[in-house]
Design a protein around this ligand. Structure first.
Ligand code: URA
Length: 236
């Protein structure tokens, strides 16, 4: 290493930055062990039947998206969770299985959850749009608006304490803003429902599919996840 490179390196390390000084890429989402989240189970049956009603309404709702898809994809996980994760729309694997986030992005999502000591079963996972858009295209604004009432009803029923938005479509739908994720992430927002007394603390972060294509954003994603973990620690 020449003298000027050595000086640069010393300067960077002395500034407190050291995470990139590794031979191999760091796995930001590595975790050691899981911790159980406390759940309140009394309302489960009631919530389940209310969600079943939404599923029925979604099936009855005629839309062009439905014509091109195989299976309706509504939710996975825990109806009593304090945490709701909202993605964009089902992809090919989700369309095959009728379950959100089961493909490659879903596997990364599972790792991201484990990194903050959560299992998939600890959280409620859903999407803005419930049918796979043709060729996995991004849902249009009209489609987002068309499915928003079904999503809002799910939020009202699950009543999470925290919402974690995965990607720009979920951020646009729930925070009603066209702002890019780079501007929205890293801070808490509030989601207010007319049907809930308390507003729900909401964070917007990168979609796992985006992180698979652009792993350099995993560090920011990890910071957002840690913000959620910090709040959950204060809850228990
Ligand atoms: N991407 C999403 O936004 N949702 C899924 O369920 C799968 C991939």
């Amino acid at each position: 290493m020449n003298q000027s490179n050595k000086k640069n390196l010393e300067f960077i390390v002395n500034s407190g930055v050291n995470y990139f000084l590794q031979d191999s890429p760091r796995n930001w989402f590595e975790s050691e062990k899981k911790v159980e989240l406390p759940h309140i189970n009394i309302e489960t049956d009631e919530k389940k039947s209310q969600i079943e009603l939404i599923i029925k309404d979604l099936k009855d709702h005629q839309s062009s998206l439905q014509k091109n898809a195989k299976n309706l994809v509504v939710y996975d996980g825990n109806l009593n969770s304090k945490v709701m994760l909202i993605g964009e729309a089902p992809g090919r694997d989700e369309d095959e299985q009728g379950i959100p986030f089961v493909g490659r992005a879903g596997q990364l999502l599972n790792k991201m959850l484990l990194a903050i000591k959560l299992q998939r079963e600890d959280v409620y996972i859903t999407n803005v749009v419930n049918w796979r858009p043709p060729d996995n295209r991004t849902p249009t604004d009209d489609e987002i608006l068309e499915y928003l009432p079904f999503l809002q009803r799910q939020i009202d029923i699950v009543k999470p304490k925290f919402i974690f938005l995965l990607g720009g479509v979920a951020a646009k739908a729930i925070l009603s803003t066209p702002l890019a994720l780079g501007k929205l992430r890293g801070k808490w927002h509030e989601y207010k429902s007319l049907n809930l007394e308390e507003s729900i603390l909401t964070i917007a972060s990168y979609h796992p599919a985006f992180l698979l294509r652009s792993p350099q954003y995993k560090k920011q994603s990890w910071e957002d996840l840690q913000m959620l973990q910090e709040k959950l620690k204060n809850e228990s």
